[in-house]
Design a protein around this ligand. Structure first.
Ligand code: AMP
Length: 297
């Protein structure tokens, strides 16, 4: 089996979460963290990110165990990035309560030589400035997969469009897609994105599944049914981590979409990264087989 090198950029965070199942403070989170743990079940990625002095030993150990190298993980005096979110009862919508950049403010990494020629670059949710800075430091031509969020569409759209031009695969949820393109029809909006750079657009519809637009065709996938959703945080990042790991192993886009969805299904079953960490190969395979029956062309 092909195993390519994955480089991952995103936030490493301490999250405070409220859902209908309860509240938790300072959980290990962040887009890079979820994506790395998800990918690591198949391929351990290298990670670019920053943590502060309040980042605990057990949290660091999770990153050590999930990544191939932490060469580009910076530690700095100051607080780790913090995010607070509250979910509405439908589970698909949430409100950001606070975002405290901490040591991520002014973070401008210089990428080490070992990370300059990845085969796959996953730009998980983080500022487009940082995404561009990493893209511009690479020597090789990796397959670029991009995720983002409404905040960056609101405050850094021009920079985000620059990143899009260098992106092959965009992962985006339905509300972000409409906001970015100003088009209400998902099919037309995805076509518009394809004219801005990415050949492939994966639209995430939360509990309704996802649709992948590629060339002039599209296919859709459902979700793993009958799960108790305790905390949806990180589902999108786990989806991205799973998807990139499948592509890096040489699997098709369809298989990558299935793996992404399965990894997201583990993520939402408990608060923080717990259930993702505990996911086992046999259960991943059995959920994937079940889910493949919901593929529609
Ligand atoms: P998801 O639920 O997949 O959209 O990702 C949730 C994760 O994104 C949380 O663990 C947060 O720490 C992280 N996050 C929230 N806001 C931002 C932001 N502005 N930039 C980077 N990461 C963020």
């Amino acid at each position: 089996m092909i195993k390519s090198k994955i480089l991952l950029l995103g936030s490493i965070a301490l999250d405070t979460i409220q859902t209908s199942h309860g509240s938790r403070k300072n959980l290990l989170g962040g887009s890079a963290t979820y994506a790395a743990i998800s990918s690591s079940k198949f391929i351990k990625p290298n990670i670019i990110g920053i943590i502060g002095t309040d980042f605990s030993g057990p949290h660091k150990k999770i990153l050590v165990d999930s990544c191939d190298s932490l060469e580009d993980l910076t530690s700095k005096e100051g607080p780790t990035f913090r995010w607070g979110g509250k979910y509405f009862d439908n589970g698909d919508e949430r409100e950001t309560l606070f975002t405290e950049l901490g040591v991520f403010d002014k973070f401008n990494p210089s990428i080490s030589e070992v990370n300059k020629e990845p085969d796959y670059l996953f730009l998980a949710n983080i500022s487009p400035d940082l995404q561009l800075s990493v893209l511009n430091q690479l020597n090789g031509k990796p397959v670029v997969i991009l995720d983002t969020m409404n905040l960056w569409i609101d405050i850094a759209k021009d920079k985000l469009l620059q990143v899009l031009r260098k992106t092959e695969i965009l992962l985006i949820n339905e509300t972000e897609l409409v906001e970015l393109t100003e088009i209400n029809d998902f099919h037309k909006a995805s076509k518009k994105i394809q004219s801005l750079g990415p050949k492939v657009v994966v639209v995430k519809h939360g509990s309704k599944g996802s649709v992948c637009y590629t060339g002039s065709t599209s296919f859709s996938l459902g979700v793993v049914p009958n799960l108790i959703v305790k905390d949806p945080t990180g589902a999108g990042d786990s989806f991205g981590g799973g998807l990139v790991s499948a592509l890096a192993e040489g699997h098709s886009l369809k298989e990558a979409l299935i793996r992404g969805t399965v990894m997201a299904s583990f993520c939402i079953e408990d608060f923080g990264v717990n259930s993702l960490l505990d996911s086992k190969k046999e259960e991943i395979i059995s959920r994937s087989l079940f889910l493949s029956k919901s593929l529609k062309f």
